[in-house]
Design a protein around this ligand. Structure first.
Ligand code: NAD
Length: 295
């Protein structure tokens, strides 16, 4: 069966930080985008966030008001999974839990066109394993965007064992059309970026846990001493501590090496529901200005 050679309509599952970012970039570059979340309300909230984001760009002179209107007119909030039936490509960007993603694929696959491509934005879960839970492993791949999507230039493309070459090529030209630079990663836990980045964050949390430094001193050390634009705790709060923990668990399980053991302090923050910026509190408390370290 031929593969769509051009992606005109994109479906996005999950209208959180990443899904909304992907939908925004796709709408701005001329794609029609159907946004699906657990409810119509959640999908609408995601689109509202995009509207606010684009309004800031207009206010800063980075976008014409008419371009914002045009982008918003291309975004549709789905009132059920059936709205994804028209998509050439669906990118799943829901919570980083394998059971959640598997359940989504079971719901989504029956409504997709047979030729449609299905992708996941997972940060770490095996593409091959996720693909095996769908009806189209040869039309399934990883399209891994970075956070925040409108700002970060990279997209990591990850081929599952069964992914067809022409599916991979269509995904490449879609991502390039969004203005992104591509790298190709093999399907191993964490791919490239998170295999290197998240253990660094986990190590920073151990460094705090063992009393080697404070949140502020570790962040300052890495900003000024390693020339990182953000310290590891600022970055962890930005990514979401639940996502960081989920990635460490995938590395730990998938590579079976104790060096990937999630720091117990990270587990405690997640158990507390202190997930970073998105919940108002993580390693920093964002309810005060400037944000205050929580330890
Ligand atoms: P998030 O918590 O901001 O958003 C997740 C969204 O998924 C929420 O809106 C939630 O309602 C929705 N969702 C949950 N279950 C659903 C279901 N059954 N059907 C439809 N929607 C559902 O999370 P996020 O940071 O946007 O992460 C999403 C994905 O992107 C994860 O796989 C994550 O690993 C990946 N990712 C995250 C980052 C990052 O820095 N946060 C970077 C790259 C990739």
């Amino acid at each position: 069966m031929p593969v769509p050679s051009r992606i005109e309509t994109l479906g996005v599952v999950g209208a959180g930080q990443m899904g909304a970012g992907i939908a925004q970039v796709a709408a701005v570059t001329g794609h029609r985008v159907v946004v699906y979340d657990v409810s119509l309300e959640m999908a609408r909230q995601g689109i509202d966030k995009i509207g606010a984001q684009l309004a800031r760009q207009v206010a800063n002179g980075k976008m014409e008001a008419s371009a914002r209107e045009a982008a918003l007119s291309r975004l549709v909030a789905a009132d059920g999974v059936g709205a994804l039936a028209e998509a050439d490509l669906v990118i799943e960007a829901a919570t980083e839990r394998e059971d959640v993603k598997r359940r989504i694929f079971q719901q989504v696959c029956p409504v997709l066109r047979p030729d449609a491509i299905l992708a996941t934005n997972t940060s770490s879960i095996s593409i091959t394993r996720l693909a095996s839970g769908t009806d189209r492993p040869e039309r399934f791949l990883g399209i891994h965007f970075m956070n925040p999507v409108p700002v970060m230039k990279l997209v990591e493309l990850v081929r599952g064992i069964a992914t067809d070459d022409d599916v991979f090529e269509t995904a490449k030209s879609f991502a390039a059309g969004l203005g992104k630079t591509l790298t190709v990663s093999e399907d191993f836990p964490g791919f490239i970026v998170n295999r290197v980045l998240v253990p660094m964050i986990n190590e920073a949390i151990y460094t705090l846990h063992e009393g080697v430094g404070t949140i502020e001193s570790i962040d300052a050390s890495m900003r000024l001493g390693a020339n990182h634009p953000m310290g590891p705790f600022q970055l962890a709060d930005f990514i979401g501590l639940d996502t960081c923990l989920a990635i460490m668990q995938v590395l730990h399980d998938g590579l079976a090496d104790s060096k990937y053991r999630p720091c117990p302090l990270l587990v405690k923050y997640v158990e507390a529901g202190w997930l970073g910026r998105k919940t108002g509190r993580g390693f920093y408390d964002y309810r005060v200005d400037p944000p205050k370290p929580t330890r």
